[in-house]
Design a protein around this ligand. Structure first.
Ligand SMILES: Cc1cc2nc3c(=O)[nH]c(=O)nc-3n(C[C@H](O)[C@H](O)[C@H](O)COP(=O)(O)OP(=O)(O)OC[C@H]3O[C@@H](n4cnc5c(N)ncnc54)[C@H](O)[C@@H]3O)c2cc1C
Length: 268
């Protein structure tokens, strides 16, 4: 019987979940992550103390049932996004923000108590540490004699020594097209399809504001706000038990943010 030996590229939620499931069925794998941390786009503010989501915060069990099932399986507590109260809309610099009826989604947005990083931490606990290779950016996949050989520029992997029977990419397709070379090359039409596939929420970034109390709730406000001026264009309540916070989506395009240092971004 052929022994499976799988390489997983990328240790965001998708890569870690894949590793978790392969562990359950005793398939041999190694997980390679370019960054020095797990989680990819899932990132929370650092502890100690309450942690807040800088990446995803919401899950919608009605149309993400497998995500809901995973959270339950990992025994992670969830609660509904706070939406009770009015919302504020800022239309121009010359008018004060106006109060309006709060927006209610048909699908309840569920949050993870304590931050979404807990899903990553829980999955990482179930993946043997020796199978996770951080700081290991894969740059090339070479197919030779029915085996796949990975290249990492910092010398983590040697083309000669490690052959994989399968490679699972857990990267956004656009990154796969841009950053990984294939030998023999992938068909041009497939590469174009990967390159043209948008990555959901890729340009978005969040700002978290911490307060001593959720003063907006006492004033009959939900914490939700929209601004046509920015820099926060959409704001929501981000309280967790024991901490009061709002988060805002930063309305400055990713390309412009890239050229700004943190200090400039905060005073825009
Ligand atoms: C601000 C923000 C808010 C969001 N809000 C929500 C939300 O509320 N609800 C929701 O469902 N979704 C939301 N999303 C989307 C959600 O974060 C993603 O869909 C999800 O995290 C994708 O996980 P992934 O593992 O597929 O990809 P990623 O998290 O992108 O993981 C890919 C991993 O691959 C690594 N990698 C890249 N290149 C290489 C390489 N060459 N070699 C090795 N490793 C590599 C990366 O470092 C990364 O760790 C949000 C995203 C953002 C940015």
């Amino acid at each position: 019987m052929k022994t499976l030996r799988v390489a997983i590229i990328g240790a965001g939620l998708s890569g870690l979940y894949t590793a978790y499931r392969l562990s359950q069925v005793n398939i041999e794998y190694q997980l390679f992550e370019a960054r020095d941390r797990l989680g990819g786009r899932i990132l929370s503010t650092p502890g100690p103390g309450p942690r807040h989501d800088l990446g995803p915060a919401w899950m919608w069990p009605d149309f993400q049932p497998r995500m809901a099932a995973l959270v339950e399986e990992l025994d992670i507590a969830t609660f509904a996004q706070h939406t009770e109260g009015a919302m504020l809309v800022e239309r121009s610099e010359h008018q004060p923000p106006s109060r309006t009826v709060g927006w209610e989604s048909g699908n309840t947005s569920m949050r993870t108590r304590g931050g979404v990083h807990q899903i990553i931490d829980a999955l990482a606990d179930k993946v043997p540490a020796e199978r996770i290779h951080l700081d290991c950016r894969i740059t090339k996949v070479t197919l030779r004699d029915s085996k796949a050989f990975l290249t990492a520029p910092d010398g983590h992997l040697s083309l000669e020594s490690t052959g994989f029977t399968h490679v699972i990419s857990a990267l956004p397709l656009r990154l796969l097209a841009q950053n990984i070379e294939f030998d023999p090359p992938v068909a041009a039409s497939r590469l174009a399809h990967w390159a043209d596939t948008p990555t959901w929420m890729a340009p978005h970034a969040k700002y978290i504001a911490l307060y001593s109390a959720p003063f907006w709730r006492a004033d009959g406000l939900s914490g939700a706000a929209q601004s046509h001026i920015g820099p926060m264009v959409e704001i929501h309540d981000a309280c967790d038990p024991g901490s009061a916070a709002l988060f805002g989506f930063i309305g400055i395009p990713a390309s412009a943010r890239k050229r700004m240092d943190q200090g400039t971004l905060l005073v825009v």
